[in-house]
Design a protein around this ligand. Structure first.
Ligand SMILES: [Zn+2]
Length: 177
């Protein structure tokens, strides 16, 4: 079921053309280095991640996942190889994790081992007008608070209460570890 979801999301991005290769931008503020990733994480990801790891000297790093479009199984392996040495002697966090990445973390918790998830987004759909909408969450909140927030999202088109695209308990599995 999770796999179907993964393929559906990948398809959603791919139908608009070939997926973009993984790239990034670095920005530093108050001694925190933020890496803004963009594109797909697939078998070509090591070409981006290996040289990136070699050039990083910052000790506090935020991985901004907002514009990451999808992961495939080879990309996930590459990502695991990237974060394992990255956390050695560093404080690393994830922010703006998209739904696909949260799915991957839930299947493979070591992706977020020693890397707290600060924020994430989930897909919602309106039962009244069928409008789809992505909503942000503060992942540092208690699971109970987050579950309540999943029931309070409002359609920007018709103001009806939105329904989550996936079971919130499943989405929030990463909060259990
Ligand atoms: Zn609506």
């Amino acid at each position: 079921m999770v796999l179907c979801e993964h393929f559906r999301i990948a398809h959603r991005f791919l139908k608009n053309g070939v997926a973009r290769v993984l790239t990034y931008t670095l920005r530093e503020h108050n001694h925190v280095l933020t890496i803004d990733f963009r594109g797909g994480v697939d078998e070509k990801a090591p070409a981006t991640l290996t040289p990136l790891l070699a050039r990083l000297s910052a000790k506090v790093i935020t991985l901004n996942m907002e514009a990451v479009e999808y992961f495939n199984s080879l990309g996930i392996k590459a990502w695991a190889h990237f974060v394992k040495p990255l956390v050695q002697g560093r404080k690393v966090t994830y922010e703006n994790c998209p739904p696909d990445f949260i799915n991957q973390v839930n299947m493979m918790p070591l992706l977020a081992d020693s890397i707290p998830i600060l924020s994430f987004s989930s897909e919602f759909v309106c039962p009244n007008c069928n409008h789809g909408q992505r909503e942000q969450f503060d992942a540092t909140e208690d699971k109970k608070v987050l579950l309540a927030q999943f029931e309070q999202k409002i359609c920007s088109e018709c103001q009806s209460q939105l329904l989550p695209d996936e079971d919130p308990e499943t989405i929030l599995s990463f909060k259990n570890s």
